[in-house]
Design a protein around this ligand. Sequence first.
Ligand code: SF4
Length: 340
Amino acid sequence: MIEPCYVPSEPDLSLNGSAQAALHERAAAATRERCGREVFVRAVVEVSNYCRENCAYCGMRRDNRTLARYRAKHEQLAELLLDHRPSSVTDVNIQAGEDPVAVREVVLPLIRTLQRETTLGISVCLGTLTPELYGELHAAGANIYIMKFEVSDAMRYEMLEAPGTLNERLKNIRHLAQTGWKVSSGFIGGLPGQTAGDLVNNLRLASELPLHGCSVSPFVPGEDTPLAGFTPSDANWTLNAMAALRLMRPDWVIPAVSALNLATDDGYRRGLHAGANLTTINLTPTELREDYVIYKRERFIMTEERVLNAIAAEGLAPSRRSLAEFYRQGETREAVAAVL
Ligand code: SF4
């Protein structure tokens, strides 16, 4: 039975031990009831690590002069995704630093190729762009936009040098939703000084936005960033926020982020047990991957084998239907319900 109107609370976000296990079990049950045992399997390609922004929590910030910058070639990624993608992949997420040049030169041609040659659902995570560029991406065939708000407090957002202002970021999220995109957002769990009350506020803001999904990423102090010297977050903080998110919105798509594995052993599996229903296989070419440094050069790369093992270990199964198809079917159901 889906729990009606779960309201996240500070005590829930601070749970550990058996009470925490019970919260995660409730989240897992809510996921199974609404989404069955299906877990979406999406590939990610990280096409450019150029970024005009300067987020204090990210190694790709423009002030990081230690990083070798790259833009992948559209042809290389197209060949990889057309001819060498794992059979479990139903969707691809094209991700980059905030780099409009890469959007024009790499992302748009890649989306057009994928749209023409495959049935893959296409998500993008490309930062704050112009309405015209969002329109071009959508017209090319992408339909899911990932735009995280990171923190719900405008002052903290500014202190973290996150893109623009919080208000502008939220306006972009609303604009995307109003112009036909399915939008997924996200926030960071365990930032220095963050309280359980701050996390509740993040969850509250997420619930007020026109979203179809949301992630929680554990704070991992990034190398060569202003936050490098801070203590990594307690993974329980992130996992409890994921469970609260699932109970609050049983219908959302919630990813298990690969950084969960940096935060704790078996973090990915624990994420799937706390309400996640989306996994990601990293297909960025190996020679580029080590320069896509959000946190550290030593990354925990989710291969197909690791993803499928985590799904199987939780008694779940990879979805045969793409995320894009899942959203389309939801729209059809809503349209039918509206005329009945
Ligand atoms: S989080 Fe995104 S926008 Fe911010 S510096 Fe990193 S890549 Fe750029």
